[in-house]
Ligand binder design. Structure first.
Ligand code: MF3
Ligand code: CO
Ligand code: CO
Length: 264
């Protein structure tokens, strides 16, 4: 059985706080994402900021046995990469995925970083496309829109660029639980799926591969990689459905003037 919670005004206020904190972790960590730093050092910086400054809880830590406080997914890693001793290098692309719990509610958001100044042309293209896919989906959010409409539009945009959308992982309702109903697929068919209602909160977090969509789980049981080892990019926001449309609960200052990348 599927239970999609409609948040009360009081719960929405708490979701706004959690979303803002998650966004601020990504803003804090940006300057540290440079060649030579390890993903474990990024994890420690985020963990300490969440715990000591924000007085919040890093949701991934011990979630179903996940050993760290953020996910770091580099190059052909699609998602759920475990921070470790590997150093970032010039030309890498990395997704940092942050989820915090504050006052019982979750905020979940991720962004891509292009490491150093050796341009990675394909890395930039897939990063831009994944951002555009996320924004196309977000801009469709309003009461009455069906989830299949959103999935279809995201898939269409990725495939127009000759990239593919990951099928094995999806967005999700979010609130008191990290992962609630509904599942938010980033592919699909217009006119299918549940219709959105004001007060729903969920993530949109498309994963876009340069090559084929197929994924493989590494023996660490967490890290998801592209089967063909092609580059992969992902962005994520936590969204509230409002009477008028949507509110991005995890918006960063760099996005306040408008989308980071604008599609055509
Ligand atoms: N933050 C991820 C998401 O967007 C989930 C990470 S689960 C973890 O849903 F255990 F790997 F942290
Ligand atoms: Co999520
Ligand atoms: Co996330």
């Amino acid at each position: 059985m599927m239970t999609v919670y409609i948040k009360t005004p009081d719960e929405i206020a708490k979701m706004r706080v959690a979303g803002k904190l998650a966004a601020e972790v990504l803003e804090m960590i940006g300057p540290y994402v440079k060649p030579g730093i390890t993903t474990d050092e990024l994890n420690t910086l985020c963990h300490n900021y969440i715990v000591d400054v924000q007085k919040a809880i890093p949701a991934p830590l011990n979630y179903r046995g996940f050993p760290k406080s953020i996910c770091t997914s580099v190059n052909h890693q699609i998602c759920h990469g475990i921070p470790g001793p590997k150093k970032l290098k010039d030309g890498d692309i990395i997704n940092i995925d942050v989820t915090v719990i504050k006052d019982g509610f979750h905020g979940d958001t991720s962004k891509m970083f292009l490491v150093g100044n050796k341009p990675n042309v394909l890395g930039l293209r897939v990063t831009q496309t994944a951002y555009e896919c996320m924004m196309i989906g977000i801009q469709m959010v309003k009461p009455g829109t069906q989830l299949g409409d959103i999935g279809a539009a995201i898939q269409q945009h990725a495939e127009n660029k000759n990239f593919s959308v990951v099928r094995d992982y999806c967005g999700h309702g979010i609130g008191r639980e990290f992962h609630e109903d509904p599942q938010v697929l980033h592919y699909g068919t217009k006119g299918t799926g549940i219709a959105l209602q004001a007060g729903m909160t969920f993530t949109i977090e498309p994963m876009v591969n340069v090559g084929k969509y197929h994924s493989r789980l590494l023996p660490d049981k967490w890290t998801v990689v592209t089967k063909d080892h092609s580059l992969s990019a992902q962005w994520e926001h936590t969204i509230l459905v409002t009477n008028e449309g949507y509110e991005i609960l995890t918006l960063r200052d760099e996005e306040r003037a408008g989308p980071l990348y604008a599609h055509n």
